[in-house]
Design a protein around this ligand. Structure first.
Ligand code: PLP
Length: 356
């Protein structure tokens, strides 16, 4: 049985969080001399959508205005939403909540997103690698369950997976969740581009599930650095206790709140990316130096070629920058190409057709 108390670090269980001035007094009217802010103002006047932003004031620690918008879009209560400075901050906080440095371990399934291992290394947590099955890039479920030790705290699953673009079978994911008493993290950074649904509704069934999403990809806000984690309220409460109190700036909060109103624009881009992904997959598959384009549910395609390094250099010479993944295990010969605008994709295809 999963019990949050069994897997939290002792120091985190005992942690008395930093109490900010704004935690103690919630009103918006008054003379605020409680946080040592500059009462005069800031040397920069910033207006967003006709409203002046008080940069001299600390931001809302719990980002309630942003979460109110996300609540409607994601269909889950704000108590189940955590916001981080990119999902990379959420990943780091997950490590710090559950993994004792030098003692605990986590399971990752390469080829996958690099930050899980980097975060593990930073936190001095061992990474047990159970590779995806070759070519299909699906979970090796039995091997994962066998690899679990009494010190395994987290299992990371990225779906759609980066850099393969593959959907991870939801039955396999459920099997892992049901056979593990630690936390399963599903990274859904690319879920907006997928033909299948988010795991969010499963939060009601699984108390050991954490789902990561981000505003950096489909939402086009990579520069703002805002990522989301969705989980049970007790888990979200722990994350909020650990995070730096003012981790999302007042500028980011304001801009995100506005951006979240433009969902039609985002949905339109998603449709274009999905259509372009299909077309680019077909066209690139026909090129003589391409072995295979893997089916993708994400905003990029993974292309297996006969000479990745040379093709990569050729494109760079033509001022087209893609990602060489050929050194990654199971991705030998592979290039990862982000789906651009239709004009950009046309340029890439044109240059690739000219490649000799
Ligand atoms: C891009 C990406 C992220 C997003 O990170 P942010 O810190 O939110 O920008 C997370 N996971 C995966 C798999 C990604 O590819």
């Amino acid at each position: 049985m999963f019990d949050l108390n069994n897997i939290l670090r002792e120091n985190i269980k005992k942690l008395v969080p930093y109490s900010s001035a704004r935690d103690e007094y919630k009103g918006t009217e008054g003379i605020f001399l409680d946080a040592n802010e500059n009462a005069f103002g800031s040397p920069l006047l910033l207006e967003i959508e006709g409203q002046e932003l008080n940069l001299n004031r600390y931001p809302d620690t719990l980002q309630i205005a942003v979460k109110e918008k996300l609540r409607k879009i994601k269909g889950l209560p704000i108590e189940n939403i955590f916001l981080g400075n990119g999902s990379d901050e959420a990943i780091d906080i997950i490590f710090r909540a559950f993994c004792n440095p030098g003692k605990d371990n986590v399971i990752i399934c390469p080829p996958t997103y690099g930050m899980y291992e980097v975060s593990a290394n930073i936190n001095d947590v061992q990474c047990i690698k159970v590779p995806l099955l070759p070519e299909t890039f699906q979970l090796n479920t039995d091997a994962i369950i066998k690899a679990i030790t009494e010190n395994t705290k987290l299992i990371f699953i990225c779906s759609p997976n980066n850099p393969t673009g593959s959907e991870i079978s939801s039955d396999a994911v459920k099997k892992i969740i049901e056979n593990f008493n630690g936390i399963v993290v599903i990274d859904e950074a690319y879920i907006n581009f997928a033909s299948y649904r988010t795991f969010i509704p499963e939060l009601l069934n699984y108390p050991n599930l954490v789902i990561l999403q981000t505003l950096s990809k489909a939402w086009g806000l990579a520069g703002l650095r805002v990522g989301m984690a969705f989980a049970s309220q007790p888990i979200i409460d722990v994350f909020n206790k650990i995070k730096p109190p003012y981790n999302i700036s007042i500028v980011s909060q304001k801009l995100v709140t506005g951006a979240l109103d433009n969902i039609e624009q985002v949905n339109h881009w998603i449709k274009v990316v999905v259509a372009e992904r299909k077309q680019l997959t077909e066209e690139i598959s026909k090129l003589p130096f391409v072995v295979h384009v893997y089916p993708s549910e994400a905003s990029f395609i993974l292309v297996k070629t006969i000479d990745a390094k040379r093709i990569y250099n050729y494109l760079v010479e033509n001022q087209i920058v893609i990602r060489d993944r050929s050194k990654v295990e199971m991705c030998e010969g592979c290039l990862r190409i982000t789906i651009g605008t239709p004009e950009e994709n046309m340029q890439v295809l044109k240059k690739l057709k000219e490649y000799k």
